[in-house]
Design a protein around this ligand. Sequence first.
Ligand code: PSU
Ligand code: MN
Length: 309
Amino acid sequence: MPVANPAPRPVLSPEVADALGAGRPVVALESTLLAHGLPRPDNRAAADQVESAVRAGGAVPATIAVLDGVPHVGLTADQVDRVCADPDLAKLGVRDLPVAAALGISGATTVSSTALLAEAAGIGVFATGGLGGVHRQSAETFDESADLTALSRTSLVVVCAGVKSILDVPATLERLESLSVTVVGFGTTTFPGFYVADSGATLDWSVTDAGQAAAVFAARRGLAPGAVVVANPLPADEQLDPELHDRVIADALAAADAAGVRGKAVTPFVLDHLHRASDGATLAVNVRLVLRNAELAGRIAAALAALPA
Ligand code: PSU
Ligand code: MN
């Protein structure tokens, strides 16, 4: 019997399809950080800069979003315009993809759904800013990002600056351990704190270069499904002033609580509040760390492509 509504296959841009077909390096990029994590219109320039950073690292960028129900892997300039300009664009995690597909909805993809679509397209490396995770007060709210469970079953390298520091970082690391997600620091065993270089948490493992990160992933892929998180801290002289960081985050979380924000609106609300309360300082640091992650992801993808199959 024919399946009435098969899951839509991701549509690959010609450049991404060519690169994957030839075994050349490709890096997936998410669109939620553009559409819901950065303010308009700054997000549009950032989208181009992130793609350029992937190219500088030696790989083809594949920004992922859902347009009219169809997942796209690799976007045209017009499609990036849509993602960055539409104030009503949905935020789509894995559980939202079937609804978007069946109803023809457009939306930006989070870490969880980007990872799933990237893996389905055959892409092994993904760059973002900071992972979602366990929210502070999660004992009362049960608010834990679907990014965590998605990474436990999706095979790819995720390059990030740790988890967003609005979260409970130690609790998030505990959950990543429970879920058997491999986590390595890039050049350090200090777990980064997104806007700041040091979250205060320590990792068991670090890799010294892109080749080692690729080798860890190759070993993981042969062993069990699941992601390798490469945590790439900002250098201390590029981080947000830690005192300003702690103050604006406390303010932003209090504002979210007072406004009664819940569910998937929490992270965008808090990030927006931070950008305003810090006079754009968090925005500049957020873009900078994403660019660094994109460039490193490009190098890891290149190292992965160079490994014997
Ligand atoms: N990294 C950033 N900015 C962002 C995000 C990550 O620098 O906006 C997004 C990612 O898409 C991540 C999402 O998956 O935030 C987590 O949202 P939630 O906490 O609702 O799961
Ligand atoms: Mn949540």
